[in-house]
Design a binder for this molecule. Structure first.
Ligand code: PGA
Length: 251
């Protein structure tokens, strides 16, 4: 049985004190979610990771990126040992904004995922097609490459640590969320690919939908068989909105 997961991607938002304020309030959110067997977490900026983790150690906390090398001449980057030193065990990999603005490729995602798994960490791997690819009808081809290349070196025994997020690029921050039917169709396809690669472990891997998820539509997605949660940007920033997301899932 896969536990539902609501995960907030804060992107480049919140100062350290704003992040702390949220983390304090998140204790109540965590209690509410746990009572209903839902996991919740957030991905703050690097500069707020420590504060959030210390303020609410029980909350799942992810970094938004990492480098695959343990150290070296990579100006501006953050390594996995540095994150581990902060108690961070989870990292978002391959978010479309990183692919678009920072030249992240399936191959660099693969290197990062391998490095995370070698350190017993959890990669939250994002995949999804652009509007142009969606309109051309090649969504599944794009997803195929992202999954097959990004997860190429993952060993069967590590596969259960993965979390995948399907985020159509055209739905991120646009208010144009994918229909629940599209979300289910692609999440199911992802699970089929995972089954080909890892066998029955695919039944344990959580697959999230992301892209303009709000309190009003979150339940529609989570009711789908192969959608195990949501990766949420804008609607995860305010405590009230996050509480509403949880409430709408459990009601
Ligand atoms: P959004 O972002 O919910 O603001 O569309 C989702 C994401 O980028 O993960």
């Amino acid at each position: 049985m896969r536990r539902k997961l609501l995960f907030g991607n804060w992107k480049m938002n919140k100062t350290r004190s704003e992040a702390e304020e949220f983390a304090l309030a998140s204790k109540e959110l965590l209690e509410l979610a746990s009572k209903h067997n839902i996991d919740i977490g957030v991905a703050p900026t690097f500069l707020s990771l420590c504060k959030v983790k210390k303020t609410n150690p029980d909350l799942l906390v992810a970094a938004q990126n990492c480098h695959y090398a343990p150290s070296g001449a990579f100006t501006g980057e953050i390594s996995i040992p540095m994150l581990l030193d902060y108690g961070i065990k989870m990292v978002i990999i391959g978010h479309s904004e990183r692919r678009t603005y920072f030249n992240e490729t399936n191959k660099t995602c693969s290197m990062k995922i391998d490095a995370l798994l070698a350190n017993d960490m959890i990669p939250l791997y994002c995949v999804g097609e652009t509007l142009e690819e969606f309109e051309k009808g090649i969504t599944k081809d794009v997803i195929y490459d992202q999954i097959k290349v990004g997860l190429a070196n993952v060993k069967k025994e590590d596969a259960s640590k993965l979390i995948i997020a399907y985020e159509p690029v055209w739905s991120i921050g646009t208010g144009k969320n994918a229909s629940k039917e599209i979300a289910e169709d692609i999440c199911r396809y992802i699970r089929e690919l995972l089954r080909e690669m890892f066998g029955d472990v695919s039944d344990d891997i959580r697959i999230l939908y992301g892209g303009s998820v709000k309190p009003e539509n979150v339940k529609d997605y989570l009711l789908q068989e192969d959608v195990d949660g949501a990766l949420i940007g804008g609607a995860s920033l305010k405590v009230d909105s996050f509480r509403q997301l949880i409430n709408n899932v459990i009601e």
